[in-house]
Design a protein around this ligand. Structure first.
Ligand code: HEC
Length: 157
């Protein structure tokens, strides 16, 4: 998802911004406190960060992800909405997103994907597929979040 600013100056009075802030506060106050197992960032960090293998990631993507996210990562769009988000290309998250860090993407995938079957991939598989997804082009954000970090390591670039 590649959003645009909802406001420039008057953000305190912006209805949409306030709705998002209220929702996030609700997640903290109500959801998080009543689901004590939920880690504070929503999904667990990996215990180890294996070096990702892009070629293997491509195989995993084609077998386990393309069914929903489509063969070129473009997602699935119907009735004016994405019911499966694009993972790369023009309509995907931009390069300032947390997801643009391979290790963060791997953590998300490990916990949540394939949709409804989170936890099935190994750390290695999650890292491999994250390396494959994030080698593709995506929209430019305000800064590039994929800064150097050993947890982002991928081979076969
Ligand atoms: C059955 C369909 C399905 C399959 C299979 C599937 N996904 Fe997803 N994926 C979704 C849906 C639906 C969402 C949006 C979830 C939401 O917003 O709560 C999503 C969201 C994502 C996101 C977040 C995108 C964003 O912009 O925030 C990533 C990354 C992702 N999937 C990766 C994968 C990977 C990698 C695989 C294969 C291992 C995979 N998915 C398999 C349906 C699927």
């Amino acid at each position: 998802m590649n959003g645009t600013n909802l406001c420039e100056d008057d953000c305190d009075d912006n209805k949409d911004i306030n709705a998002i802030k209220d929702y996030m506060q609700w997640l903290t106050d109500v959801y998080y406190d009543s689901h004590t197992q939920t880690p504070v960032y929503g999904f667990p960090t990996l215990t180890i960060y294996p070096v990702g293998n892009i070629a293997n990631g491509e195989k995993i993507y084609n077998q386990k992800c393309a069914f929903c996210h489509a063969d070129k990562g473009q997602g699935r769009y119907e009735n004016n909405r994405y019911f499966r988000p694009a993972l790369w290309g023009n309509d995907s998250y931009n390069n300032s997103a947390g997801m643009n860090k391979v290790y963060k993407l791997a953590e998300f995938i490990r916990a949540n994907m394939p949709y409804g079957s989170g936890g099935l991939l190994t750390n290695q598989e999650a890292k491999d597929v994250a390396c494959f997804i994030n080698k593709h082009d995506r929209p430019q954000g305000n800064f590039d979040a994929s800064h150097t970090d050993s947890r982002n390591d991928c081979q076969n670039r």
